[in-house]
Design a protein around this ligand. Structure first.
Ligand code: CTP
Ligand code: MG
Length: 166
């Protein structure tokens, strides 16, 4: 899941500049995605996820790393892209509910990237998903994601990368 987990914190580090919705509103008069979703965050975030995936591909099979799931260029690209597209979709619905950028939306804020990433591999590379996903791994993802999400965001808040600790 590293290629899915890395894009969000990297987007928070480097994000800013032109928003993906170019500042435009949806039919309800509210922003489509909001200022928290930028091209820079999206593109550099995806490259970062692919980058860590390439490292995983590089070390897999070498001593001590024999049990890593077999990543492919396809799987890492789908995981990284899906994570930030899931985040983008979440922001779309968050705006429709009238929630401000950066406001808290429990569950959705934490699992958006997991849903997006797994949905992308389910649609475009189901063979990879079913070869690597077990019930145990899925449950571990569900347990670890909120812990990692909260932990990383608190660290980001202390280093003033994020304005809020969630
Ligand atoms: N970010 C970005 N581009 C993205 C995703 C994130 O630039 N595609 C950056 C933004 O600076 C954003 C920060 O990462 O503020 C944290 O991301 P996130 O918590 O997902 O965004 P929020 O600001 O909380 O906005 P929202 O309410 O829409 O989730
Ligand atoms: Mg947020």
């Amino acid at each position: 899941m590293l290629p899915a987990y890395l894009p969000n914190p990297i987007a928070a580090l480097v994000g800013g500049g032109t928003p993906i919705d170019l500042g435009r509103n949806f039919t309800d008069g509210k922003r489509i995605f909001g200022d928290g979703k930028t091209y820079r965050g999206l593109i550099i975030g995806i490259f970062a996820g692919i980058g860590i995936g390439l490292v995983q591909i590089g070390v897999s099979g070498t001593y001590g790393w024999e049990n890593l799931p077999q990543q492919t260029f396809m799987s890492i690209t789908l995981l990284a892209t899906g994570a930030l597209l899931g985040d983008l979709c979440k922001s779309f619905f968050k705006r429709r509910l009238g929630k401000e950028r950066g406001s808290k939306w429990p569950i959705a804020d934490m699992y958006d990237l997991v849903a997006g990433a797994l949905l992308m591999v389910l649609i475009f590379d189901p063979e990879w998903l079913f070869a690597n996903m077990t019930l145990l791994i899925f449950v571990l993802i569900l347990i670890l994601t909120p812990i990692l999400h909260r932990g990383i965001n608190i660290i980001g808040y202390h280093f003033r990368v994020k304005e809020v600790p969630w």
